[in-house]
Design a binder for this molecule. Structure first.
Ligand code: F6P
Ligand code: MG
Length: 433
């Protein structure tokens, strides 16, 4: 059982960290290997050079899997010219853990879950990075695209609603607030579809999802939606940062929410933050962001869809929407370290009215992946990270949580032992500046 107030780790068999390293991640890694074993396909897409390197790449990935499964030490990366800054950050953390542990390097199951899991995705990317012909290879690209296409009914239905709402004239305050609540909840529940939980397999979302959304209100364990709305109404010229989570269906929901925010005048400008490299299976990279637009214009084409995509493209040209991928989001740090490790980013967030953190991993990084007493105040759990107003939109998929009312945790535990890892429950948590 995880100790109270300590970071989660796979050394606790009762933490979700344990099955993650024991089963979930090995299955994800095996999925990548199986994909690469389709050598002819790789050759067609990446050429003979890639084909020739495949055996070596596959062996390195299998070594990584073996190292994880036999709980080997996490070793320092050799410094070279690629991702130098990130490499140093990882090495610094390894040195830190080694010093802390009487000169013994951290191992997969014994060290902090958050660190080891970030290390894994960084290491995986480096394998491709150091190849000649597959430097840019994203092992999760296909599954991200499949998930987008598999959710097309839900995407069409949501887009139609967006267009219909925007076509209404003379909306009053209460209607506007209702729309805000609706799109915020879409963005929230869009996080339920998760390619890491599904073991790297594509998932589909059907169009009933948001018709049924209001029935899910009882599953929102903390809901500060009204306070967020009030905050945006009270201020002018709002600039909002959205730290994105997953590509596919979730990103589409985020774009609809972001469109509503601009259209309604509640927000003047939105800065999206994505990942520099493939991350936690489905996280949005710049390539995913751009590809989404292309798929919406081709495979998911409709008149309404073209209206939306054209509007969004215009937002991007006018810089009402901006997409950025800072390095910090792929470093092994929780967000309490942002101010010292990435002061520029911290400062830029602090200049804006609100930063929205999407999803489970962002929440883990917000609260330091610590096994908090569940009633711990959200602000306390952030341990000094407070650049501006902070909003977490998270479906619960890992065993860390804060800010619950007394008794809720115990009640859920006794009725549904797995409630923290399924994405069935959610949080809309605001910490005001
Ligand atoms: O594997 C760790 C984890 O945080 C899970 O808890 C979750 O399933 C997944 O990664 C990512 O979730 P999200 O995409 O919501 O951050
Ligand atoms: Mg994710």
């Amino acid at each position: 059982v995880p100790e109270i107030n300590k970071p989660l780790s796979a050394k606790y068999i009762k933490s979700f960290a344990y099955p993650t390293f024991k089963e979930r991640i090995p299955a994800i890694i095996q999925g990548i290997v199986d994909q690469l074993k389709n050598k002819e396909d790789i050759k067609n897409k990446f050429g003979q050079g890639a084909y020739d390197e495949l055996d070596s790449i596959i062996n390195q990935i299998l070594d990584l899997k073996k190292s994880l499964q036999s709980d080997k030490p996490l070793t320092e990366f050799t410094a070279n010219n690629v991702y130098t800054y990130e490499t140093n950050a990882y090495n610094k953390m390894i040195q830190h853990y080694t010093n802390e542990n009487k000169n013994n390097p951290p191992t997969w199951f014994q060290t902090d879950w958050l660190f080891a899991e970030c290390y894994l995705y960084f290491k995986l990317h480096r394998i491709f990075c150091f190849s000649n012909a597959m430097k840019k290879y994203d092992p999760f690209l296909q599954v991200k695209i499949d998930t987008l296409l598999a959710s097309q009914d839900a995407i069409f239905a949501l887009n139609t609603l967006l267009i219909e709402m925007k076509n209404k004239i003379n909306i009053n305050e209460s209607e506007k607030k209702k729309m805000f609540t609706f799109f915020l909840k879409c963005s929230l529940w869009g996080n339920k579809a998760d390619l890491s939980l599904s073991g790297g397999k594509a998932v589909s979302t059907n169009k009933e999802t948001f018709n049924e959304m209001n029935n899910l209100d009882t599953c929102i364990l903390v809901s500060n939606i009204d306070d967020v709305y009030e905050l945006l109404c009270k201020n002018e010229d709002n600039v909002v940062d959205i730290v994105l989570d997953n590509a596919g269906y979730e990103l589409f929901n985020d774009l609809c929410f972001a469109d509503f925010l601009i259209w309604s005048g509640l927000v003047k400008k939105i800065i999206f933050h994505g990942k520099l490299i493939p991350w936690f299976v489905s996280d949005v990279t710049t390539n995913d962001f751009n590809l989404t637009f292309i798929y919406l214009k081709t495979e998911l084409k409709s008149e309404n869809m073209m209206t939306s995509v054209n509007t969004w493209t215009k937002y991007l040209h006018e810089e009402k929407w901006i997409m950025r991928c800072e390095s910090f989001w792929i470093l092994p740090y929780d967000y309490s370290k942002m101010q010292t490790e990435s002061p520029q980013l911290y400062k830029s967030l602090s200049e804006n009215i609100l930063v929205i953190f999407k999803g489970d991993l962002n929440y883990r990084k917000l609260v330091g992946d610590i096994n908090w007493e569940p009633t711990t105040n959200f602000g306390v759990a952030l341990r000094g990270f407070h650049p501006t107003n902070i909003l977490a939109l998270r479906t619960v998929k890992a065993d860390t949580i804060s800010g619950l009312k007394k008794g809720i945790f115990e009640e859920l535990n006794s009725n549904e032992p797995d409630w923290m890892i399924t994405g069935k429950y959610a949080l809309v948590q605001l910490l005001k500046k």
